[in-house]
Design a protein around this ligand. Structure first.
Ligand SMILES: [Zn+2]
Length: 124
């Protein structure tokens, strides 16, 4: 079972409690009526959809019902980090984004301990 950490409830819960809500950090124009059709098409339809790390919105529908963001690796289907809506996109190193990345860490914890944890994994 896939566990997802809700940054508001501060606990890991089964994926069945959550709903995917599209790509995160998609900026909406302040005056949507004034933008061109091409720019509206990009805003409304075009998503990055990379192989690897994606930043997504999720909602804890059967919990606190709040929206939050997550970085997930589409190759491994592992959640690298979850963070509250409105917080900046965390930097994910190539090492952390790889198959050895660990799931559901706070952005600060990911940044502070990523190299020491990777060293532990290498020496084991
Ligand atoms: Zn929650």
């Amino acid at each position: 079972m896939l566990l997802i950490r809700c940054p508001y409830c501060e606990e890991e819960r089964p994926e069945l409690e959550f709903r995917h809500a599209g790509e995160a950090h998609v900026a909406r124009s302040g005056d949507i009526a004034a933008i061109s059709d091409e720019d509206f098409e990009k805003f409304f339809f075009i998503r990055s959809n990379p192989k690897g790390v994606v930043f997504e919105r999720w909602r804890h529908v059967h919990g606190c019902a709040r929206f939050f963001n997550a970085a997930r690796n589409t190759v491994t289907d592992r959640f690298l980090v979850t963070y509250k809506a409105g917080e900046p996109k965390p930097e994910i190193s190539a090492e952390d984004a790889g198959p050895a990345a660990w799931a559901n860490r706070e952005p600060a914890e990911l940044n502070e301990t990523s190299s020491s944890r990777l060293k532990e994994q290498v020496t084991e």
